[in-house]
Design a protein around this ligand. Structure first.
Ligand SMILES: Cc1ncc(C[n+]2csc(CCOP(=O)(O)OP(=O)(O)O)c2C)c(N)n1
Ligand SMILES: [Mg+2]
Length: 811
């Protein structure tokens, strides 16, 4: 060895020992974390034990600007990239709501659901290139895969699209890799396969590591995976001379040097060549079972448990360190450690650090709660003394004092119970208590409830309306032209926009709303995808998380259900679950409602609405309004679903002149016709029918006020509908969702939230579709959805009830 080599051996040794120590610390966290939960200090615990060593290797290849999209086993990796401390691991186990203690979610997520901060506290982007990044985890098995595709694709976009040079916070010429991790059993999920296929087609810099411990909770590989071997069955994806595809590696999870080499190689290929990689990491195990919900001794045999012990990656790494020796030319032997004592000392130190981290985390969690408890107790005791119900109050105080539960909840439970005994009394401490309860609830409602939507100045609700302008002689054109010209303007103005979906690219979408745009803006920005709605959504989420402004197109509203899991579990919850530290301002474009047959006429708005709290749900009645919503949402940092009317593309609309500028406001209704007898509330393509019925009713002396909701979520923030009901005293909601669907949601908003019940002189009515799916053809539609005749007659009957003399029965 040269002296330089000796020096580098010293560095190597240091690195190996530091790695081993981290593996031991991480294992210690798993074991102690489990004990903490079993002692009642956490609701649930899931840990990364048994997968430490490969994660050390992955961390070495992971660079600033890279993204992880993984799952709950990755604590060692997160520690190795300095994005998690043992103390933070314990804080999140306890559910600490102080985000400086539990940075991944501020207590909203169960433990080991990791995240780094992409956003500052004020919602502005951090420099993602100056840090190592992890998308916020979700619990759903394989749920991390669709977004992984987008995180990887962003690099491809940054490398190939012109005009993005200034996006230096997000990319350095696309040299960033997206690293996925997934358990072996979770590869059975559809989302995994969809992602693999799409990544093979797209050729994006993605490295997927499969941590294979041969189990998914209690279910062994033979029930999970064909041939019980995921890399074996993935072989068809291997790239060959002249084809696209993957590089596939298989490596044992306890073989530290081999792992380091494989991850290094994989990272380099992905980074340099934008080739996706699969690393099948085999021979892993679970030293403490799946999670705290059970024990694996229940379903693993003695032999299996013994075998698992024999392949424990930490033990194997320890053996490797002890046995390692290299001899130089002069015959000098180099070892990592002189003897086992060095490792024993290191392990002791690691153990101490873990215990210390646990103690600190517990102290930080309990101190503010206990401080509040003791102050509250003092106040309650004074109140007891002053109250004529002292005996009752003292009973609660004594229960409170004896209650060992260290949570915020008991503080409120006892305080709120005591309030009931002082309603008839008045002394200063009572008011102190009432105010304290109000403030304490507000504090924790905010800790648990903030950031469902953006709270920045770019929140959708802060983007104000700009009306379309028209030249004097503006022609009436097919409405799709308005969308097309508007998209052209947006794409010219914003190089970070891109749109993709089935038939979106070459033909410019099935209704020609993007006609000619691929030619103009290139295949990278206006692209066709495979038929794979879940990963179209995932592509959008991942790219939006890296500073791009994707528009993900789902060809028809009815097929949004394929993507709904991804949109609900990932997109809609992202801002909330990261307590406002990650965002994905994705726009999903789709078209739907009434056209032909069961799957091109559905309007499953109640399902969508309920599953996508956190996303703006926009239902424009025409294409000018739709274009205005695209313009609004591109100014905003909230995600949105914009549903165009499938039957509206060839209807004539006046051509505006301020493309890219006019904005339809979110959360604001529009009154289309004024009236005095009844308020009719509707949206989307049904609205045309309501307007027609209202015109016909006018002939018969019934005056309808027609309101277009436009934005189902957020809903009528100015409470304009109740203002109308105050005037008409009657209310009907008409839509084409099922009975009890979106119409019930709207009714709840108007009656409950806006308190319109007090102005009603007649029963509030919902007119929805039939319960069955809409049938094919003109008559299928007529008997499945409400027609103008149905609407006319429902309103007429209501008015007959009001004034039977004037409105004689129709039948
Ligand atoms: C969609 C979904 N189904 C079921 C579960 C419950 N669940 C959590 S982890 C798990 C097993 C996962 O096994 P594997 O992917 O091999 O990961 P491991 O825990 O073994 O590392 C299951 C079934 C879930 N979280 N999400
Ligand atoms: Mg497994």
């Amino acid at each position: 060895m040269t002296s330089k080599q000796k020096l580098s051996f010293d560095d190597f040794k240091k690195e190996v020992l530091a790695d081993y120590k981290l593996a031991v610390i991480s294992r210690g966290c798993s074991i102690l974390g489990r004990q903490e939960v079993l002692m009642g200090r956490g609701g649930f615990g899931i840990f990364g034990g048994g997968k430490e060593v490969p994660q050390l290797a992955m961390a070495k290849a992971f660079k600033n600007g890279d993204f992880r999209s993984g799952y709950y086993r990755d604590q060692t990796f997160m520690m190795a990239i300095d994005a998690l401390t043992p103390q933070q691991l314990f804080a999140s186990l306890y559910g600490d709501t102080d985000i400086s203690n539990s940075p991944e979610s501020g207590g909203r997520q169960m433990n080991n659901h990791f995240a780094t901060h992409s956003l500052n506290e004020d919602g502005t982007w951090k420099d993602l290139m100056a840090q190592k990044n992890s998308a916020s985890d979700i619990s759903c098995t394989a749920g991390q895969m669709p977004r992984l595709l987008g995180l990887a694709q962003a690099s491809k976009v940054y490398r190939n699209v012109e005009g993005l040079e200034s996006f230096t916070k997000f990319s350095n010429e696309g040299n960033e890799v997206a690293w996925g991790t997934i358990g072996n059993a979770s590869t059975s999920e559809g989302g995994f396969w969809e992602t693999i296929n799409a990544a093979g087609v797209l050729q994006v810099p993605m490295v997927i590591s499969i941590w294979d411990d041969e189990y998914g909770i209690s279910v062994p590989a033979k029930y999970q995976t064909t041939k019980e071997n995921i890399s074996e069955i993935l072989k068809g994806f291997q790239r060959e001379e002249g084809t696209n595809g993957f590089e596939i590696f298989t490596v044992k999870g306890y073989d530290y040097p081999a792992l380091v080499e494989v991850f290094e190689k994989a990272g380099k290929i992905a980074r340099d060549e934008h080739i996706p990689i699969i690393i099948h990491v085999t021979d892993l195990m679970q030293p403490i079972g799946h999670s705290t919900s059970g024990s694996h001794e229940r379903y693993k045999s003695e032999e299996r448990l013994a075998y698992e012990k024999s392949i424990d990656c930490n033990t194997k790494m320890r053996e490797w360190i002890l046995n390692y020796s290299i001899t130089d030319a002069e015959g000098t032997v180099y070892n990592f450690v002189a003897n086992e004592d060095v490792l024993i000392a290191l392990e002791k130190e690691a153990d101490k650090e873990v215990k210390q981290a646990k103690r600190e985390a517990w102290k930080n969690f309990k101190q503010p709660i206990q401080k509040t408890k003791s102050e509250l107790l003092q106040l309650l005791k004074t109140i007891a003394k002053k109250s004529k119900n002292e005996a009752f109050i003292n009973k609660h105080i004594s229960d409170f004092e004896n209650d060992m539960d260290v949570h915020v909840k008991p503080n409120l439970v006892y305080a709120r119970k005591i309030v009931r005994f002082i309603t008839e009394e008045d002394f200063p401490e009572k008011h102190i208590l009432l105010n304290w309860i109000k403030d304490y609830i507000a504090l924790y409602k905010n800790r648990y409830g903030s950031h469902l939507y953006s709270q920045t100045k770019h929140a959708a609700l802060n983007i104000t309306e700009i009306l379309p302008t028209y030249e004097d002689n503006a022609p009436e054109v097919d409405a799709r032209i308005i969308l097309r010209d508007n998209f052209n303007e947006l794409f010219t103005k914003h190089p970070e926009t891109l749109i993709f979906g089935e038939d979106t690219g070459y033909i410019g979408d099935v209704n020609q709303g993007l006609e000619g745009m691929q030619e103009e803006f290139g295949e990278m920005r206006v692209s066709d995808t495979g038929i794979r709605e879940a990963t179209i959504a995932g592509q959008g989420i991942g790219m939006a998380m890296r500073g791009l402004r994707p528009i993900a197109e789902i060809q028809y509203l009815d097929y949004l259900l394929y993507a709904l899991q991804v949109l609900s579990d990932d997109l809609a919850s992202l801002h909330y679950r990261s307590a406002g530290r990650q965002k994905a301002p994705l726009i999903i474009r789709t078209r739907g409602h009434r056209l032909e047959g069961i799957w091109h006429s559905g309007s499953p708005m109640s399902g969508i609405n309920n599953f996508l709290k956190g996303v703006c749900i926009l239902v424009p009645r025409n294409m000018t309004k739709a274009a205005g919503f695209f313009n609004t949402m591109l100014e905003s940092d909230d995600p949105a679903l914009i549903i165009e009317n499938l039957n509206g593309y060839r209807i004539k609309e006046k051509l505006p002149s301020n493309f890219g500028l006019f904005r339809t406001p979110v959360g604001v209704v529009e009154t289309l016709t004024e009236g005095t007898d009844i308020t009719l509330v509707s949206y989307g393509s049904t609205l045309k029918l309501v307007v027609r019925a209202a015109l016909e009713l006018r002939q018969f002396g019934i005056s309808c006020e027609v309101i277009d909701i436009q934005s189902l979520m957020p809903f009528d923030i100015n409470h304009d509908i109740v203002k109308s009901v105050k005037k008409t005293n009657r209310l009907m909601v008409i839509d084409e969702d099922v009975p009890g669907g979106a119409s019930a949601y709207i009714m709840n908003e108007v009656l409950n939230t806006q308190n319109a019940y007090q102005y009603l002189d007649s029963k509030p009515i919902t007119l929805a579709s039939e319960e069955h799916r809409p049938a094919y053809g003109t008559d299928g539609d007529y008997f499945s959805n409400k027609s103008p005749e149905d609407i006319f007659e429902a309103i007429y009957s209501l008015m007959h009830e009001v004034n039977p003399e004037k409105f004689k029965p129709l039948y």
